[in-house]
Ligand binder design. Structure first.
Ligand code: NAP
Length: 324
């Protein structure tokens, strides 16, 4: 089979298309003919050996697929021929064939294409976990998201209202990204330059209830400042590079919280949680209450470029690599 492989940790440009044997199935494994695979920031980090998970070289990149089941265990909830989305767990996704554990394979609603499907699980379930579980989003609250035109950002824009938010404010670096944020459902969009003052003005000085922050870096302290009383800042990632610190007196003075939100860790330590999440998200996708992502598509031959677009900050929305 053809696959996108990392054999040296020199970044996205060193991702190569190779012909390798198909992966072997295992007890409880579902074999999937992959049509599309999602690209996410951890793929960038893994291609440089900078992610917390460091698979042995060489490895196939990508952690999520959409495709058709070729073979499934007799007692699995999916069967040969089903359209599915699946997590392969950070690696082994950008290949013509993938194997995923049955509990991480889910039927895809008929109204969602396989290309869109490949962009759902990683980001949408992270955002669902952030807003529902860690952020305790209550009906009518205001959510602000940094990096709003990115993968996690556009997921937040597509989902927050369906999960109860009253207003969703997008922070982006450029006017072009502002358009992407609007198209994905932002109620308001502000530019990263001077964003705190703009948000204070938009909220009449009150601030926001939840900040979902996949960016970190030097805007972090302003994110704490942007919270309304009893607000929650969700620490999701550090695409800006720097890992910020917080002076805890700021939390005390305004009755606000800074909360870690690591979806992967939660999934691994809470068996059954993924299934619970899909049971809530899939009907919302099927009913059109959450719009499916409209990913930017790259053929497998251009996987390196697809992954590089996240590193060089030119990616907008979800990026997906197509295999069939
Ligand atoms: N905690 C979890 O469970 C979890 C799960 C999934 C992903 N993540 C993390 O979430 C973060 C975002 O992932 P993603 O897939 O959404 O990435 P993405 O699609 O590349 O979006 C990231 C956004 O970050 C902003 N950004 C600011 N400074 C940047 C820089 N120096 N380089 C690149 N982007 C920069 C960009 O927006 P502007 O240009 O508009 O600023 C960009 O759109 C990553 O750190 C990832 O590891 C965490």
């Amino acid at each position: 089979m053809r696959a996108a492989q990392v054999s040296k940790l020199e970044g996205p440009e060193s991702v190569e298309i190779v012909d390798i044997p198909e992966p072997k199935s295992y007890p409880g494994g579902v074999v999937i003919d992959v049509h599309a695979a999602g690209v996410a920031f951890p793929d960038v980090l893994m291609s440089r050996g900078l992610y917390q998970m460091k698979p042995e070289l060489p490895f196939v990149v990508g952690g999520e697929v959409a495709g058709i089941v070729r073979e499934a265990p007799a007692d699995a909830h999916v069967k040969a021929g089903d359209r599915v989305v699946a997590l392969t767990l950070l690696g082994n996704a950008m290949a013509e064939t993938a194997v995923a554990p049955a509990q991480m394979v889910f039927p895809l609603p008929d109204n969602v294409s396989l290309e869109s499907g490949a962009g759902i699980l990683f980001n949408d379930l992270t955002v669902h976990f952030c807003l529902r579980n860690r952020g305790r989003l209550a009906a009518g609250e205001t959510v602000l998201v940094h990096g709003a035109a990115g993968g996690i950002g556009t997921s937040t824009l597509r989902m927050a209202t369906a999960l109860g938010a009253g207003r969703v404010i997008a922070v982006v670096s450029t006017e072009a990204k502002a358009e992407v944020a609007r198209a994905n459902g932002a109620t308001d969009v502000v530019l990263a330059e001077g964003w705190l003052a703009a948000v204070k003005e938009l909220t009449g000085g009150r601030g926001v209830d939840i900040v979902l922050d996949p960016v970190g870096g030097d805007r972090f302290t302003d994110s704490v400042r942007s919270l309304a009383s009893a607000g929650r800042l969700l620490v999701v990632g550090f695409t800006a590079g720097e890992i910020p610190t917080v002076k805890v007196n700021r939390l005390l003075l305004k009755n606000v919280e800074v909360i870690g939100a690591a979806w992967g860790e939660w999934v691994m330590t809470h068996p059954g949680y993924l299934t619970e999440q899909w049971a809530e998200v899939a009907p919302l996708l099927a009913a059109g209450k959450i719009a499916a992502p409209e990913p930017v598509l790259y053929p497998l031959d251009r996987a390196a470029e697809a992954i590089a677009s996240l590193e060089n900050r030119t990616a907008t929305g979800k990026v997906v690599v197509t295999l069939r």
